[in-house]
Design a protein around this ligand. Sequence first.
Ligand code: MF3
Ligand code: CO
Length: 292
Amino acid sequence: MQEKKLERNDPCWCGSGKKYKQCHMRLDERIHTFAMAGHLVPEHRLIKTAGQIDGIRESGKINAAVLDHVAAHIRAGMSTAEIDRLVEEKTRACHAVPAPLGYEGFPKSVCTSVNDQVCHGIPSEKDILREGDIVNVDVSTIYRGYFSDSSRMFIIGKTTPERERLVRVAKECMEAGIAQVRPWQFLGDMADAVNCHAKKNGCSVVAEVGGHGVGLEFHEDPFVSYVAPKGTEMLLVPGMVFTIEPMVNAGSPEICIDEENGWTIYTQDGKPSAQWEVTVAVTEDGCEILAW
Ligand code: MF3
Ligand code: CO
């Protein structure tokens, strides 16, 4: 989309009320040099203001509190529908709304993905957590119009060394990605760090499902790959907010979708998959985790 070229003395596009030349003009000029060199660069609507980031941070605190609540109660014998109730109740108690509920027809307030489920598992009374299961609980919150998104893995009781290792490696992959987030690098630099760490540990990263911009909507541009090479994908600019949520498989990266519910993604080889997720904002010199 073409954005209107502002003159130096026009009011800045960000709504600060300041003159463009005293606000985002220099940032735009720097972004422009990358665009001229052929890089994918963010449009203005992907660059959040400090006030918007404050709003996403508040939403993210609730998201983390909901996951803390799940952590305190999750146990063997519980159904994934009970996790859904925990999420719904805690979110409402914080005067917020669960973003998944009704999103593109999704029927529940949270995604619960067990063992070989890669993501988008639908909570059910019939799915009972058993000793040794590994489960991803993916929570997303809307608070005062601001969206946040994060997920954690939970190990039910004691599990196998293979599953335990996968959960650890997936967390390290997310952390390796976070360490690469700073302005004027590329999303591909982050992705490459994730993918290399997974490969080094004999694991694989799902390519077809990725992360996303987040904040003013649930899913914004850009699509965030965790398999892209260094130096590719979108330029990182202060004010961008997106998720780091690589799906890491113990076996092959191939996936398939549940044809019956149209949502749940499984590993094709039936081996386990793990995922951790944070929402991050790009700052002047690195990044800030807004939801964990
Ligand atoms: N947090 C999940 C994601 O970003 C939510 C998927 S949409 C839902 O991939 F409807 F399933 F929640
Ligand atoms: Co997400």
